[in-house]
Design a protein around this ligand. Sequence first.
Ligand SMILES: Nc1ncnc2c1ncn2[C@@H]1O[C@H](COP(=O)(O)OP(=O)(O)OP(=O)(O)O)[C@@H](O)[C@H]1O
Ligand SMILES: [Mg+2]
Length: 229
Amino acid sequence: MAKELIRIKNLNKGYMLGEEKVPVLKDICFTVERGEYVAILGPSGSGKTTLMNVIGCMDIMDSGEYYLDDLPIHETPQEALTEIRNREIGFIFQNYQLIPTYNVLQNIIMPLLIRGMGHREAEKRCMETISLLGIDHRLGHRPSELSGGQKQRVSIARALVGQPSLLLADEPTGALDRASGQEVLKLFGQLHEMGHTIVMITHDLNVARSAKRIVHIIDGVLSETPQGG
Ligand SMILES: Nc1ncnc2c1ncn2[C@@H]1O[C@H](COP(=O)(O)OP(=O)(O)OP(=O)(O)O)[C@@H](O)[C@H]1O
Ligand SMILES: [Mg+2]
C-alpha cells in the first residue's frame, strides 16, 4: 500500500467553448498522503470545483495520471467510477445535498443501502458513526427541521458512514454562520486526529488555516506556495 492516497501527475482539463477548448486545470501535480488534512485554497473561478470533481471521480480529465488508493483512475472506464466513488470517497458539499423527503437516519445510511448492505446492519453502522456528531436526537427529523450546522453534521455522518479512504469537502462552511462553521472545522480537526484523510476546498484563507497543509490554486495552476509569494 503506497503512502500516498492521492497521486496526480500532469492533470489537464478544459471545457469546450464553442469550437475551442478552454483550459481550466493546467498541468496539476498533487499528492496527498494517508492521514493528511489538506486545504486547496483559491479564488472564485480558479478551478477548485473542477479539480474536486476529478479527485472525486465525478468527472474525467483530458490528460494526465490519477492514482487513488493505488487505483489508476485515469485508466478506469467511467461506468466503473460510480462504485469506486461510493466506496472510496465521502463527499461534503456547501449546500449539504441532503434528500429533503428522507429523515436524518435515511439520509445517513443511503450510501450503505446503495452498496447493498441490509437495513439493520446499515442502522447499526449509522449509530456507531454519529456519536461524535451530536445528532443522535435528530434521527427522525427531516432536513428542513434542522439548522444549517446540524444539516452539515448529517452530511458529514453520511460521508463517514461508509468508512471511505478520503473525505472530500467543497466549501463545507460556505453556507454557515461563523459559530456553526467553526464547529464544523473543529469536527474536521477531530476527524483528522482520528486518522481520516481530508481534502477541503475553499476560497477563505481563515477556513484553509484550520488544515495542516495549504495548497494554492490560481487560474488552474496548483502550487504549494502562492505564486509570487
Ligand atoms: N461545465 C462547465 N462548462 C464550461 N465551463 C466551465 C464548466 N464548469 C466550470 N467552468 C469554468 O471553469 C472555470 C473554473 O470553474 P470552477 O467551478 O472549477 O471554479 P471554482 O474555483 O470552483 O469557483 P467558485 O469558487 O466560484 O466555486 C471557470 O472559468 C468556469 O467558468
Ligand atoms: Mg466551486
